[in-house]
Design a protein around this ligand. Sequence first.
Ligand code: DC
Length: 224
Amino acid sequence: MKYQIAIDGPSGAGKSSLAKALARRLGFIYVDTGALYRTIGYYCATNGANTACAEEVVAKLPEITLSLAYENGSQTVILNGTSVGDKIRTPEMSMHASNVSKIPEVRAFLLDTQRNIAEENSVIMDGRDIGTVILPKAQVKIFLVSSFEKRALRRVKEMREKGIEVSYEETLADMIARDRQDSEREVAPAVPAEDAVHLDNSELTLEETVDAAMAIITSRTDLV
Ligand code: DC
């Protein structure tokens, strides 16, 4: 029996920390789908395509081969044979990722990579459209939300831990702009699936969020 757990929600809500902790606890594979959009954004931006121009991005797709690999339990994206590492994690790459993610051809390009991994493994997948488009039959769907303030604070901490210096104000402004673009786009907007359970972790620690998610998971599956 394969399990599919979908975690969707806006950037900075803590999806990846939650999903990683749950994957460890359940022994499932964690799939960070945002990394795929980031890698396409990265490739386009570093190979002369304007990510705000759909035609330029679509023209680059035939040059791109992507796959996911796992090193010591961590996911990395292999782009044309080479691991992209943390180069896709800068604020600039976040906006490129959001830009390319609006393009239907890009979403179609990434569909099989995401579905195939869920066919072969029990997964916890995080993104924006996992419960609505990628894994509509997931046994558990969680839509994770958090206040803007908490999300921006977490993102600043996360970036600083990676040695990337960013200001709170700038991070908050970027987040508001990206949220709007991600939730108002025409294809696969970042909205909750009808059968998703909303979890607000503004006032919860990571441990409390994991416990709350585990309670949702055990109520919907035979997992304990
Ligand atoms: O989760 P993230 O911040 O790494 O995602 C980067 C961008 O990719 C985000 O702005 C929206 C897009 N994205 C998406 O459209 N669908 C997904 N399943 C995951 C990410």
